[in-house]
Design a protein around this ligand. Structure first.
Ligand code: GUN
Length: 293
């Protein structure tokens, strides 16, 4: 006799599918530009050092750009590079009119300060949307700018699956400049009530259990367990952690999958959206540069 399970499973929020739609539409736009013999957009990815996870991400970014017909370049610089030499490299990229978009892969080696590096790059080629000008636009709710890729990708997933944000309690665990802070602003812009939790937050479980939308972006494997989630909640897993040789998120996927209403998988959730949004931002910067010429 077959057993019938009495547990339901969360709807899978498939980032690969959403990214696929976005990339297909970008590919169409690029093809028409290339057909009209304009130059293709160009993305340069700067990697400093040998962080193995960064190497994988950078490779995927370059591969995706090439698959769309964009020009791309990987500048791999030594771990020991001085701030002065890195700045000289960024100045050169900035002055090159055939380059639209520059990404400096994070994290940087300890002797380099990320904020100074982003500042030196400047806003007009900052494809990550990390520059204070882009973040200022986000704070002010100024539309049409370059938004940080991972949080913008999460908002696209919610939109694609028609998950309303307005009036919902969103709890974001993590306050990084790359994900937690900008995502909280985007959710606020969507009229959610937003709580940001972090390493000093007290009674985390109590807070997470009150979340209609729960996002974990801290880099701690399986931090969020089933008992920390409100039944039916929308749960977004931004984590990319190695555990026993396997890629796992910040959410205990098996346990939370039986409690949540919606859940992004790892891999195949937020990750593909980050890359797709990077391509979209490259396209946006390209259009801004082309219009200025
Ligand atoms: N490291 C992890 N995520 C990102 C990202 O979105 N952009 C950059 N530049 N580095 C990262």
């Amino acid at each position: 006799m077959s057993q019938v399970s009495d547990t339901t499973h969360a709807v899978r929020l498939d980032g690969k599918v959403v990214a696929g739609h976005l990339l297909a539409s970008l590919r169409d736009s690029l093809q028409s530009v290339i057909k009209s013999s304009q130059r293709a957009p160009k993305l340069v990815v700067v990697q400093v050092g040998e962080d193995p996870a960064s190497s994988v991400y950078v490779k995927n970014k370059i591969k995706t750009a090439q698959s769309l017909g964009m020009a791309s370049e990987h500048r791999h610089l030594p771990e020991s590079i001085s701030e002065q030499a890195l700045f000289a490299e960024l100045d050169q990229l900035n002055q090159n009119p055939s380059i639209d978009a520059v990404l400096v892969q994070m994290p940087l080696p300890k002797h380099l300060d990320a904020l100074s590096v982003i500042d030196r790059l400047g806003a007009s080629k900052d494809v990550d949307g990390f520059h204070p000008v882009h973040l200022g636009n986000l704070v002010c709710g100024n539309p049409g700018g370059v938004l940080p890729c991972t949080p913008a990708g999460i908002m696209q997933i919610l939109e694609h699956y028609r998950i309303p944000v307005e009036g919902k309690h969103a709890v974001v665990i993590g306050r990084s400049n790359i994900v937690g802070k900008p995502l909280s602003l985007m959710l606020l812009q969507g009229n959610a009530t937003v709580t940001i939790a972090h390493s000093r937050t007290r009674n985390l479980s109590e807070l997470t259990r009150s979340a209609d939308i729960l996002v974990a972006a801290v880099g701690v494997a399986d931090l969020v367990t089933g008992d920390m989630v409100k039944p039916g909640a929308v749960v977004i897993d931004v984590g990319m952690n190695k555990k026993d040789g396997k890629l796992v998120g910040d959410i205990d996927q098996a346990a939370v999958g039986t409690v949540a209403g919606y859940l992004t998988p790892v891999p195949g959730g937020v990750g593909p959206m980050t890359i797709a949004m990077l391509m979209k931002n490259t396209w946006t910067l390209y259009q801004q540069h082309i219009l200025q010429v």
